[in-house]
Ligand binder design. Structure first.
Ligand code: AP5
Length: 215
């Protein structure tokens, strides 16, 4: 199964992707995570991406598309994959179409998780992430047992560099301008499934299960 998770920053793409990984046993391919790993490792690509990410702007297409192309060729993607945060512009969706065509694959569903802006800001300003194992928490909605410490691996939780309110608003504006048109792109192909994303993570998960089926 090939899935795309689409939605504004803070919609819960990462949260729901992790649940789908467990259920469908497919890899999550998060371009945000891949880029943050490159920044942490101080690779040339990471250096180029960092300024854009910190400013809440999209990283240039050539970098992101090459990264996804390479990732999709890895063995664990053979049974399918869950794309989280890619594509993010029509140019990227067209590049993905070409990659899938070359691989002889198609998309099954594009899940658009929809959440009002005020809720997004609340979710992102309260987010805490574990840089060691990738677990995610929220100071109010999903607090760790011990403040600042990851429940899963004991790592020290961090606030992402781009989770400052000003940068969050910029990321949302970029989403509206460059990513939201993808809804029309996929709707016209009969692939778009709108998911109401304002409920609890479990409620959203149940809505997604109705679309992808329980594995
Ligand atoms: P990326 O890492 O993809 O960030 P994003 O799209 O802004 O999405 P987030 O990870 O912030 O949110 P999410 O929807 O995954 O929500 P989450 O589950 O974490 O990208 C970062 C940057 O990288 C971009 O700005 C760009 O610069 C660059 N980039 C990435 N991909 C690119 C591409 N394709 N092209 C170009 N540039 C690219 O949840 C958020 C919080 O809410 C958490 O605390 C969580 O616990 C909580 N939460 C989740 N669900 C719920 C719920 N139902 N109720 C209450 N709280 C909830």
């Amino acid at each position: 199964m090939q899935l795309i998770l689409l939605g504004p920053p803070g919609a819960g793409k990462g949260t729901q992707a992790k649940k789908l990984v467990d259920k469908l046993r497919l890899p999550q391919i998060s371009t945000g995570d891949l880029l943050r790993a490159a920044v942490r490792d101080q690779t040339e690509l990471g250096m180029k991406a960092k300024a854009k990410m910190d400013a809440g702007q999209l990283v240039p297409d050539d970098i992101v598309i090459a990264m996804v192309r390479e990732r999709l060729q890895q063995d664990d993607c053979r049974p399918g994959f869950i794309l989280d945060g890619f594509p993010r512009a029509v140019s990227q969706a067209e590049a993905l179409d070409k990659m899938l065509e070359d691989m002889g694959r198609g998309l099954d569903h594009v899940l658009s998780i929809e959440v009002p802006e005020a809720e997004l800001v609340k979710r992102l300003t309260g987010r805490r992430s574990c840089p060691d194992c990738g677990a995610m928490f929220h100071v109010e909605f999903n607090p760790p047992r011990q403040e600042g410490i990851c429940d899963k691996c004991g790592g020290k939780l961090i606030i992402r560099d781009d989770d400052k309110e000003e940068t969050i608003r910029q990321r949302i504006a970029v989403y509206r301008e460059q990513t939201e048109p993808l809804k029309g792109y996929y709707e016209s192909r009969g692939l778009l499934r709108r998911i109401a994303g304002s409920g609890t993570p479990r409620q959203v998960e149940a809505l997604i299960d109705e679309v992808v089926g329980k594995a």
